[in-house]
Design a protein around this ligand. Sequence first.
Ligand code: NAD
Length: 372
Amino acid sequence: MNTRRDFLQKIGASALMLQLSSITAFSNTPGQIEQPYQGKVLRVAIMGLGGYGTRVAEAMKACTKAKLVGVISGTPSKIKDWQAKYNLPEKNCYNYENFDQVKDNPDIDAIYVITPNALHHNQVIRVAKAGKHAICEKPMALNAKEGQEMIAACKKANVKLLVGYRMHFEPQTLEVIRMRNAGDFGKIMFFQGQCGFKTGDPNQWRLNKALAGGGSMMDIGIYAINGARYMVGEEPIWVTAQETKTDPIKFKEGVDETIQFQLGFPSGAVASLLSSYNINHLDRFFMSGDNGFAELQPSTGYGPITGRTHKGELTQPITTHQTVQMDEMATIIFENKQPVVPVNGEEGLKDLKIIDAVYQAVKTGKKVTLTA
Ligand code: NAD
């Protein structure tokens, strides 16, 4: 059986990727002497020391502009393990009850929230109130209303809110976007995004509506939505959606198993998308324009991302997504850098509005119009 990890992790590439990820740390121009980074380092505490938190922490070892300096966890034994592993001082370690005290800690700049989806809203707002920058995993929240409240809280506290959209820094993906902007594909007519795998443990929080906010759509359908937006380069104006449920015991009320959905864009381009917790080997983007095409497969897993266009294979460097993401986020936070595809709260909100519309379309069977 494919697991979530199989979906995201393509074996054997991590060591190579860690080495290649250091291209962000040094000048890569031929003939130039490599200079180690001497600028400001983003000091990050991770909240939620589960599967993805662990992956981010490991990837951050190779960062030059960001550093793991603390943790927030409800499990004291995990805190001890992480302290030993990452050399974290006691004063930078918190639990879910006392982490508001981080406001008095000048040695932490940002908190990366990597907990179950339903907790993001409240936790990010608490981070903002503590005066720290918030990095939040996808989906940023359970719905657009929550997302708007998080954006408002961060604005009020004058801190940045960023979403862990690691694909926005992935080189093959960025090359397709560059080619689209250069007009290489001509007028974009069609995008197809397929994201799915057979999920395992029926007792996991991802199949619990209260903690996940839904099912596959909240977890991986969001990649198809986000991908449709950054590949086509437009914001959709309508949504239609159809749900299929073959196992109502495992996928209870409000927890979607498989949703096929469609987006329409102002230019007339359309997207056909699939999100599933019950179909294996779905990790593919395809885009067609009047003059060419692009295909990424895998398209959103941990890598390596591979792809081709009508001009040939994509040959951009392979990176460790989370290493590059965290280095880039340091620059976004400290230098106000504008990435090619945004990773701010407004970007997270756009996906949440579409998720709201998908669920509404499933419920009503009707086409839902999206407004900006
Ligand atoms: P996980 O189950 O492996 O870890 C979740 C962590 O949250 C655990 O350490 C758990 O102890 C902690 N936690 C705190 N309060 C909890 C509660 N009330 N109930 C359950 N757990 C609680 O999950 P994960 O895979 O690390 O996912 C965490 C977040 O990261 C999710 O929002 C997920 O969508 C996101 N994620 C993103 C990516 C990506 O590629 N960007 C990949 C995986 C997960």
